[in-house]
Design a protein around this ligand. Structure first.
Ligand code: SF4
Length: 224
């Protein structure tokens, strides 16, 4: 297991403003203050492993002898042998702050800024993998992002990684959420064509959508 400590995450309030649909000066000032509050509460770390696909089935595959069930993951890894399971987190300091916050709007802002911070930390991990392993393009999938790869698959993912809690302090709760909450998990894999789970997700009006839904692609993946 490889650990990245002290991942630099720089939060820029002007960049973050674009994530919200309101634009009053008063609101922008408040957001700037909140971003300044969040910045020292971000302690980003990541853990990853170099793992190998060792067998494939119609509805899934084994990686380092750990069984995963997902047609989409299986198809995405058809050409891959080496993959990079990972967990990334910004720690629990922001979560502790949010628990003490009584203003619902501030809570919402803090939550959104926390999500932006953990995504930035994952981007750093992606760059690290790309440069260390000389990979042109990487995509990722996370358990729970599609019904085809449900949240229950966090168990084999954590089993594949090993002692994630000992390495970066992230554990799985009984409901299979991660603690700290501002953590992300998944598998990075080399790819020729970028893949986004959103391409296979028909959910309407999702503010986090990264790519258009494609019914044709969903059929190609056997889930349409
Ligand atoms: S569209 Fe939204 S819910 Fe669906 S996979 Fe993308 S981010 Fe997740």
């Amino acid at each position: 297991m490889h650990v990245l400590e002290e991942i630099p995450v720089m939060l820029d309030h002007t960049e973050i403003q674009g994530n919200f649909r309101t634009g009053s000066t008063e609101w922008a000032k408040r957001l700037e203050q909140l971003v300044e509050t969040v910045q020292p509460l971000v302690f980003a770390k990541a853990v990853y492993k170099i793992a190998y696909v060792d067998s494939r089935r119609a509805d899934g595959l084994d990686i380092d002898s750990v069984r995963f069930t997902s047609k989409v993951l299986r198809k995405n890894l058809d050409e891959a042998r080496r993959v990079f399971p990972y967990v990334v987190t910004i720690g629990n300091a922001l979560e502790d702050k949010m628990r003490l916050c009584t203003d619902a709007l501030d809570q919402y802002f803090l939550d959104t800024v926390g999500t932006i911070a953990v995504v930035k930390a994952r981007n750093h991990l992606e760059e690290h993998l790309r440069s260390k392993f000389h990979l042109e393009r990487l995509s990722f999938m996370g358990p729970g992002s599609l019904p085809d790869w449900p949240i229950q698959e966090q168990r084999p993912l954590f089993a594949l990684l090993g002692d994630v809690e000992g390495a970066i302090g992230v554990k799985l709760t009984q409901t299979l959420l991660m603690s700290p909450l501002k953590s992300l998990s998944g598998i990075y894999f080399p790819t020729q064509v970028p893949f986004f789970s959103c391409q296979l997700c028909p959910r309407e009006n999702c503010p986090s959508r990264k790519a258009k839904y494609s019914e044709m692609l969903a059929k190609e993946y056997g889930i349409g």
